[in-house]
Design a protein around this ligand. Structure first.
Ligand SMILES: [Zn+2]
Length: 136
């Protein structure tokens, strides 16, 4: 039998989509209302939630790809200007938000191409000196 305090906690955080307000059944526990709303929104199947989920996934993929590129350069002693990750992130988010359709950035003999496919998923291609290709 949960204590009264625990019951209050469970009742406090509504697990509902932030766009359509649909409540979604869950047995997960949350530490804040924002966390519960975010989790429900990531599970909801409404149109706005679907776009939000895709944007969140694309940004995570972009951030991870930028990290991989930076790590690759570091491991291979390739000098990458410290502003480059920010430039890639800025351009990548503009693509995710459909402000621009694709971008290709040449950094010396390295090239980073960012675009989206027909499904709206972000594609990041990193080419170094014509030989190495990293596609994520
Ligand atoms: Zn929804």
């Amino acid at each position: 039998m949960p204590s009264q305090k625990e019951q209050t906690k469970l009742q406090t955080f509504a697990h509902a989509c932030k766009f359509c307000g649909q409540a979604i059944l869950t047995d997960k526990e949350f530490t804040s209302a924002e966390e519960a709303i975010e989790d429900a929104t990531m599970e909801c199947k409404c149109f706005d939630a679907h776009r939000y989920q895709q944007r969140t996934t694309n940004i995570a993929k972009l951030t991870n790809a930028i990290k991989q590129i930076a790590e690759y350069c570091e491991n291979h002693e390739i000098k990458l200007d410290e502003d480059i990750p920010q430039i890639l992130l800025f351009n990548g988010v503009a693509i995710i938000d459909y402000k621009i359709s694709k971008v290709s950035i040449d950094i010396g003999n390295k090239k980073v191409a960012i675009s989206t496919n027909a499904k709206g998923n972000i594609i990041i291609k990193f080419t170094y000196a014509d030989c190495l290709k990293l596609e994520v």
